[in-house]
Design a protein around this ligand. Structure first.
Ligand code: NCD
Length: 308
């Protein structure tokens, strides 16, 4: 089965072969993404971006990806300006919007929203983040960045640090990394640990996992450090957020014992977990990630729309 017309709701929807196929197409699009040449590959195709939650990179990179390939874009960045504000259900919104477009990109605060949309829509649905659930295209771009900057996706010591409880990017990413031979270090305060069922799934796959709250202790072993923001908006009680806010702050001092080749990734936005002084070190790869995000989305859109 090819990728045309498929829904991408979690990384589980893609085999490793399909992931590599996306990366091959992305490699081809890279010069175009850098502004060299132009393409009309997606001419006549329309993407609808329905964003019920704030976004900068995900929405704009999807829109840019579509436009760089000659396609069109419709949608909304705030549900307040759509009929959702009048009480329309998600399924009615999706059933309507799909009449106007060829692919739907959906971000929603409720876990499972993208799956529900995919069940009612005939056009492919891409999950651009569903609550604390999944964020598969972020994971694709994270993997692509690792492949581009390290040269491989296996035999790596990868540390995921921050909010592993509510962070959807890390939920998708651990599953993806555990498909390859990697050692995973899950670094979080006790209140923000990776959900037990995810850790159990990964352990069952035979991968080695270290769970700790002590970043300093494990940092010297790491090849990749994936930093995440504490997801303030997902805390049922802001007093609980106040207790964990600012737990990890990575600055030049924290990196003194790091490997020379350590790469630091972050899905962004950051709050205070990586100090700006780190940005100019060779470790910092988070703005490269931003670029690769657009390239990977160009590849994914053209494959789902049957044009690559
Ligand atoms: C992430 C998200 O929305 O889950 N952002 C993104 O898509 N790059 C991470 C976050 O908001 O912390």
């Amino acid at each position: 089965m090819g990728l045309a017309n498929r829904d991408i709701i979690s990384l589980g929807d893609l085999s490793n072969e399909e992931i590599f196929q996306i990366f091959e197409v992305a490699d081809r699009f890279e010069p175009l993404a850098r502004g060299k040449g132009r393409s009309d590959l997606l001419r006549g195709k329309i993407m609808a971006a329905l964003f019920f939650e704030p976004s900068t990179r995900t929405r704009l990179s999807f829109e840019s990806a579509m436009k760089r390939l000659g396609g069109g874009v419709i949608g909304f960045a705030y549900p307040e300006i759509s009929s959702v504000a009048k009480g329309e259900t998600l399924t009615d919104t999706v059933r309507t919007v799909e009449k106007y477009c060829d692919v739907i990109v959906l971000r929603h605060p409720k876990m499972g929203a993208a799956r529900l949309a995919a069940e009612v829509a005939e056009v492919p649905v891409i999950n651009a983040g569903d609550g604390a659930g999944h964020h598969p295209t972020q994971t694709l771009l994270d993997l692509y960045t690792i492949k581009k900057t390290v040269g491989r996706l296996e035999n790596l010591n990868v540390g995921l640090v921050g909010d592993l409880k509510y962070g959807r990017t890390v939920h998708s990413l651990v599953y993806a990394l555990s498909r390859f031979e990697n050692k995973l270090f899950l670094v979080a305060p006790p209140a923000l640990k990776m959900p037990r069922e995810i850790v159990d799934d990964i352990s069952a796959s035979g991968r080695e996992i270290v769970e700790t709250s002590d970043l300093e202790e494990v940092l010297p072993e790491l090849d990749i450090l994936y930093v995440t923001r504490i997801q303030k908006e997902r805390f049922p009680d802001l007093a609980e957020y106040a207790k964990v806010k600012g737990t990890y702050k990575i600055g030049l001092k924290s990196l003194e014992n790091a490997k020379k080749e350590l790469r630091i990734l972050h899905p962004l936005p950051r709050v205070d977990e990586i100090s700006p002084e780190v940005d100019t070190t060779p470790h910092a790869k988070y703005f490269d990630q931003v670029f690769y995000g657009m390239v990977v989305r160009m590849a994914l859109l053209s494959l789902l729309l049957g044009r690559a």
